[in-house]
Design a protein around this ligand. Sequence first.
Ligand code: SAM
Ligand code: SF4
Ligand code: SF4
Length: 339
Amino acid sequence: MTAITDGLGRGIDYLRISITDRCNLRCLYCMPAEGVKAKRHDEILSFEEIERLVGIVAQMGIKHIRLTGGEPLVRPGVVDLVRMIAHTPGVESVALTTNGLLLPKLGPALAEAGLSRVNISLDTLNPEQYQVITRIGSVQDALDGVEAALACGFDPVKINTVVVRQLNQDLYRLARLSIGKPLHVRFIEYMPVGVSAGPDGLGWSAEDTVPSEEVLAQINAQAQAAGEPQLTPVRDKDPHSPTGWGPARYYRFEGALGTVGFISALSNHFCSTCNRIRLTADGKVRPCLFSDQEFDIRTALATGTDQEVRAVIAETLAAKPESHHDRVGTERRMSQIGG
Ligand code: SAM
Ligand code: SF4
Ligand code: SF4
């Protein structure tokens, strides 16, 4: 199998697929309060089209697939989709990014179908604040999802926390989730995606992005004040290091079962090692998270030959920018792109 590279020679082996832009939460920074207008069935890719695309890109060299959304677990049939992708020749791993609410119900079937890695989004442990951020969610449901993920044996189980300055989150408490359980808590810099969310939501603003260094310093200051161990960098060969293909830098509290990671998309960007492309639910491939440039692959999947599908992927790869400094942010929100 040939490996694919983009126009700048970076190896691309990772495809993130948004399988729906609907969601059972309404996070302030991601969705309008009223949710998104439901797309018609024929406006989003069918599972057959996704299956065909995965088969083609796996032959081209894509090895890792992540399902995201919107909330991927609200799309009926997701377990069958996971099974189909996991059995596609060339695909080495299938991962999921989810808010976790449906994991108690679907986790065991997903594990049996071949899902291996799960990221669960959790921005606070405080019940009132969770409800403010998600507008309609209960933090206990998310925590039940985390427990279900561990019980199903997914490995690794990561917690994704987007840090937004004005939300004033309980970051030290979240980091401490990594101590007693094999959880990998990652703090993600708030990114200029969905920059003009409008009056009903939280549009992105630079002041709200908290640099990872500041989050690390804040956590360590709180640990010191509490007389507890501080975070130290995880060495490459550390058995606690969560394997993966992502851009996080990992730390650990002494004796902890899990780790604490930082994804510094803005302050310390990692575009030189970018390994990914994205597919939206409505069938557009996007070369870069920070750009609204996209290529229509739905038409090729509906009516074209495999060669035509490959040509759209090639066009997408050629358009990958060198760094996000080449781009200024997106109009589509994360729920539409697939974070
Ligand atoms: N619903 C699933 C979930 O919440 O995990 C999957 C989709 S959600 C869009 C994926 C991730 O994107 C979530 O962790 C969310 O917090 C994150 N996200 C959304 N908007 C963001 C932004 N502007 N900057 C950074 N992360 C963002
Ligand atoms: Fe839904 Fe995930 Fe967006 Fe929250 S971050 S509104 S859970 S898609
Ligand atoms: Fe890749 Fe764009 Fe993200 Fe940089 S900003 S790592 S080029 S997707």
